[in-house]
Design a protein around this ligand. Structure first.
Ligand code: MN
Length: 258
């Protein structure tokens, strides 16, 4: 379905290029005006991406937090939106999947930027490889507190109540939630906040996936394991606090760079 149909359907490009799709996956940029270096890294990356990427998948936590599509200006994210828009106009398809920080990104953001919102999880199939994409926090099943908060905040009741507040109220509430989250993270071990291997395996089995790509844990790595007698791979993206982190797909190969 999402295997670069525009590219394949373009006979002119097919005539002069081999049929390969170049895809990049990124996550956990946590963009906020408080950390301008990350915004600069992203804007450089995405400006460059238009020259060689057919598709860019953003796997959540692009933003440090999001208080509704009408709050982009207040949070100072207009330049980020414009940068995505420009890349889309230059011919790169951009897909966005929610993280636990920016789960309120909605259709107006998608309209303004030209990106396509995806559900979490989703499977893409470039060249017969089934790649499962997810932000990753749903896999951290040992972190019971996070899972409870996640369930509540992803409910339409919570989202509607939040979005009914004024922008100022939402800004205040987001600040309080971030403080609470930082505080509770300090008392948790890395093991509890990492993904649970059984949850990984169950999700890959459910979706018959060969490869999983996710972010959230900020522990960039490529893991290999055997499941039902088959080799499976799980790639983890890193954050963009001080450097770029991306996974590139081309010609059946995946490479993690950071
Ligand atoms: Mn996250």
């Amino acid at each position: 379905m999402m295997s670069g149909s525009r590219w394949y359907n373009n006979p002119l490009r097919l005539a002069c290029h081999p049929v390969t799709v170049t895809i990049a996956f990124i996550s956990d940029l946590h963009l906020t005006p408080d950390r301008p270096v990350s915004t600069r890294l992203f804007e450089d990356f995405i400006a460059d991406a238009g020259h060689f990427l057919n598709q860019l998948y953003i796997l959540g936590d692009l933003f440090e937090y999001w208080i509704g599509d009408d709050g982009a200006e207040l949070l100072g994210h207009e330049s980020v939106e414009a940068a995505i828009r420009k890349t889309v106009e230059n011919g790169t398809e951009v897909f966005f999947l929610h993280g636990n920080r920016d789960f309120l990104v909605g259709k107006f953001f998608a309209e303004r930027t030209g990106c396509v919102l995806l559900p979490d999880p989703v499977v893409i199939e470039p060249d017969q490889t089934r790649i499962l994409l997810t932000h990753g926090d749903a896999l951290c099943t040992d972190d019971v507190e996070h899972q409870e908060a996640r369930r509540e905040m992803l409910s339409s009741k919570w989202k509607m109540a939040f979005l009914r507040k004024t922008l100022d109220q939402r800004y205040q509430t987001a600040g309080t939630l971030r403080q609470q989250s930082e505080k509770s993270k300090q008392s948790k071990s890395m093991e509890i906040m990492d993904v649970n291997q059984q949850a990984v395996e169950a999700l890959m089995q459910d979706h018959d996936a060969d490869i999983m790509i996710h972010g959230h844990t900020h522990n960039p790595a490529a893991h290999e394991f055997t499941l039902d007698g088959k080799l499976k791979r799980r790639f983890v993206l890193g954050d963009w606090y001080t450097q770029k982190s991306a996974i590139f797909y081309n010609d059946g190969k995946l490479v993690l760079r950071r």
